[in-house]
Design a protein around this ligand. Structure first.
Ligand code: NDP
Length: 323
């Protein structure tokens, strides 16, 4: 069987690289010296793209007339214009499910670190300050109620953990979910008013851009804790910094940021913010599983089988060669 040409615009996990080299002719754009000229030469033969966070916009899609599949590493794909790809008959795939439990574990770790100040307490010990006296008392999860915004695969895995912790859970999505018993709020501000801990697991994109701004933070109030494990674009970072600085909310725990890997200096300076460098799914085990899913989607396309996980904007109706 001939090896289809695959474009890899940016670096990807080693597990993906090794497997793809066995079955595809992989063109690693980021390794080429004159990328523009090389892409112009390669473009007519590219039939598949594999990406991890790299932006795939209509301009790139239009340059690849034979493109049939964009296989993305990760469950969020706000870096890809999937609607446009779908309009051209191109299938976009992502890697849901295999990272769900890992990200939910991270969310709970971040929540505990934020409420109980575990990171700060550890830094206190390492700085030799325990000898001066005990670390100050922190807030707790014990008297809290949690609102999850974005109760999908990961949100539900977080909710299961919170129930085991004995905490009441409510949620806000655009539509109520059939398979949960938690209280549903059709209005996010109303939910923020009625809980004191808000966990965002929302995807990025236009419909969620800066959804959590001043109104939501003020509704959460001075006891409020915000955890964001979804996408940085969902939170108005300037408003969050103001709310944390003015103590209009108690604390925030963030795994994602507006302009990653840039994190504003004002946020880094704040004691009441716990900041992680987007490590939600970042274990060897889970990243290997995500890499395998990328490979499985691409191999399904190569062999003419349905993709394992196409995104909703590009439902699978059969492969049709383009170009
Ligand atoms: P799902 O699609 O299963 O869940 C997303 C949920 O968000 C859905 O229930 C959806 O419900 C809700 N939602 C979407 N848009 C809106 C909106 N505008 N207003 C209110 N609710 C909305 O995705 P996953 O749980 O698998 O993943 C969620 C996100 O988590 C990913 O898109 C990704 O961005 C992020 N993520 C972050 C990671 C990290 O390392 N920090 C790792 C993995 C994922 P409805 O359609 O009814 O509104």
């Amino acid at each position: 069987m001939s090896r289809p040409s695959l474009l890899m615009p940016g670096p990807m996990a080693r597990s993906v690289n090794n497997a793809l080299d066995d079955h595809f002719t992989v063109h690693r754009l980021y390794e080429l010296v004159d990328r523009e000229a090389e892409l112009a030469e390669l473009a007519p033969e590219i039939r598949a793209v594999a990406v991890s966070g790299f932006r795939v916009d209509p301009a790139l899609i239009d340059r690849l007339p034979k493109l049939e599949i964009i296989a993305s590493f990760g469950v969020g794909y706000d870096n890809i214009d999937a609607r446009y790809a779908g309009s051209k008959g191109i299938v976009v795939t992502n890697t849901p499910d295999v990272l769900t439990e890992e990200v939910a574990d991270t969310a709970l770790g971040l929540l505990l670190m934020t409420a109980r100040e575990l990171g700060a307490a550890e830094r206190y010990l390492r700085a030799g300050r325990w000898l001066e006296g005990a670390y100050p008392l922190s807030a707790t999860l014990r008297d809290r109620s949690v609102g999850i915004v974005g109760l999908g695969r990961i949100g539900k895995a977080i909710a299961r953990r919170l129930e085991a912790f004995g905490l009441p859970v409510a949620y806000h999505n655009r539509r109520p979910q059939d398979d949960v018993h938690h209280r549903y709020y059709p209005d996010l501000i109303e939910m923020a008013r009625n809980v004191d801990t808000l966990i965002s697991v929302l995807p990025g994109g236009a419909s969620t851009d800066k959804l959590i701004g001043r109104a939501v933070l003020d509704a959460l109030g001075p006891r409020g804790i915000l955890i964001n494990i979804g996408r940085g674009s969902v939170v108005d970072e300037a408003e969050l910094i103001a709310a944390l600085t003015e103590k209009r909310i108690h604390a925030a725990g963030l795994d994602v940021f507006e302009k990653e890997p840039q994190v504003p200096a004002q946020l880094i300076a704040l004691d009441n913010a716990v900041l992680l460098p987007h490590v939600g799914s970042a274990s060897v085990y889970t990243r290997d599983a995500m890499g395998q899913r990328v490979v499985d989607n691409l191999m399904a396309w190569r062999d003419g089988r349905p993709p394992v996980s196409p995104v909703v904007e590009t439902p699978f109706h059969g492969w049709t060669a383009r170009g």
